[in-house]
Design a binder for this molecule. Structure first.
Ligand SMILES: Cc1cc2nc3c(=O)[nH]c(=O)nc-3n(C[C@H](O)[C@H](O)[C@H](O)COP(=O)(O)OP(=O)(O)OC[C@H]3O[C@@H](n4cnc5c(N)ncnc54)[C@H](O)[C@@H]3O)c2cc1C
Length: 342
């Protein structure tokens, strides 16, 4: 592999995790390319909340600024989808749907996750607006409004922190047990039986949840817990290990605290490995993984330098110089011994 064709790290995914990793790697003077399909998970939301100094920034603006910061240090961004990744004798090759394959010594996947939403008419269109999942991302924006919570007692008790008007819509979930029922009652949370079939919208605002019975429960926001699935297809192809996340919220790619997966040379960061991480935690995961990758590359660079140095000690040129220094004219062997002394 020609040196100039291979970069140190290809980062797949240019959201908060991937860009933070790329920034750290570029500042560590590593050659890094980010491949990004430009579909960050929070794209439907108007603003990113809980990001200190940038609270409320539109998701698209966050990644635009991030990409610029990476490029400022020599990192490259390729807007494309990675469609395959495979191991080579000296690293990895990543095929994309645009441009030449990318060769790298190490891989970092920061591909995020998909939110699997329930099949309810009109729900997908409201996702990230008045249909939400995360109280810390959206709770403030829907405070004091009538909030419906789909199926989860835990979520209902949580969102009660933001509004006194919370209704648990049982939908397809089991009935609360005695203790849960007591908790809900104590917090003034009504429980409505019946499957939700559609959302009612008026003037581009959520107005209610329609049940199969035809009854409409008036709500201004709906909270739910989607099933979370790591975008792990490329990693599975490389043999990475996945598991159910300890939170029970979905699947994730298993990695150590530094983001190192079970596949040598492959790291992960952000929602692909930590499905409950927000933007700040995902960015932090990117920085941690970048430092771990850089340490691994430093170790490899050192190994290579030591091998080269040892090889140089026994080079033909060094042997010639040493022999001349020690043996002088006798270095050519028997000839000098056979010739009579003058
Ligand atoms: C509606 C909504 C609102 C949210 N609001 C907030 C909030 O206010 N505050 C907060 O802290 N968190 C919020 N979150 C959570 C937040 O979205 C995640 O924490 C964050 O996006 C995770 O960052 P990431 O870099 O891991 O993944 P992402 O931001 O999803 O980035 C992954 C990137 O990888 C790319 N990608 C995936 N596969 C490939 C491939 N094969 N090739 C190339 N590129 C690929 C995607 O296109 C995407 O650009 C919200 C989530 C949702 C769903």
């Amino acid at each position: 592999m020609a040196e100039e064709k291979q970069v140190d790290v290809v980062v797949i995914g240019g959201g908060a995790a991937g860009l933070s990793a790329a920034l750290t790697l570029a500042r560590a003077r590593r050659r890094v390319v980010v491949v990004d399909a430009r579909e960050p998970r929070n794209a439907p939301a108007a603003g990113v909340h809980g990001w200190l100094t940038r609270d409320g920034i539109p998701p698209a603006a966050l990644v635009t600024i991030g990409a610029r910061e990476v490029e400022q240090y020599g990192g490259r961004i390729r807007y494309a989808r990675a469609v395959a990744a495979r191991r080579t004798p000296d690293g990895f090759v990543v095929d994309t749907d645009r441009g030449e394959p990318l060769h790298a010594r190490r891989l970092l996947a920061a591909t995020g996750l998909t939110d699997e939403l329930p099949q309810i008419d009109g729900l997908r269109e409201r996702w990230g607006r008045d249909v939400v999942h995360c109280p810390y991302c959206h709770g403030w924006e829907i405070r004091d409004r009538p909030i419906g919570v789909l199926g989860s007692v835990h979520h209902a008790l949580l969102f009660r922190q933001w509004s006194a008007s919370v209704t648990l819509l049982r939908h397809t979930s089991p009935a609360p047990d005695a203790q849960e029922a007591e908790h809900l009652a104590a917090r003034g949370i009504a429980v409505v039986e019946g499957v939700v079939s559609a959302l009612e919208v008026a003037d581009d605002r959520l107005a209610g949840a329609r049940l199969e019975s035809g009854r409409v429960v008036p709500i201004a926001a709906l909270a739910l817990a989607p099933l979370l699935g790591a975008q792990d297809a490329l990693l599975l192809g490389l043999g990475a290990e996945t598991a159910r996340h300890p939170s029970g919220a979905g699947t994730h790619v298993v990695a150590d605290a530094g983001g190192r997966t079970s596949v040598p040379g492959v790291w992960v960061a952000g929602n692909v490995t930590d499905v409950v991480a927000g933007v700040v935690q995902s960015a932090a995961g990117g920085v941690t993984a970048a430092a771990s990758i850089n340490a691994d590359l430093v170790a490899e660079d050192t190994r290579v330098a030591v091998d080269r140095r040892r090889a140089e000690r026994f080079s033909a040129e060094l042997e010639r110089v040493n022999a001349e220094r020690v043996l002088g004219a006798r270095r050519h062997g028997l000839d000098s011994l056979l010739s009579p002394p003058s």
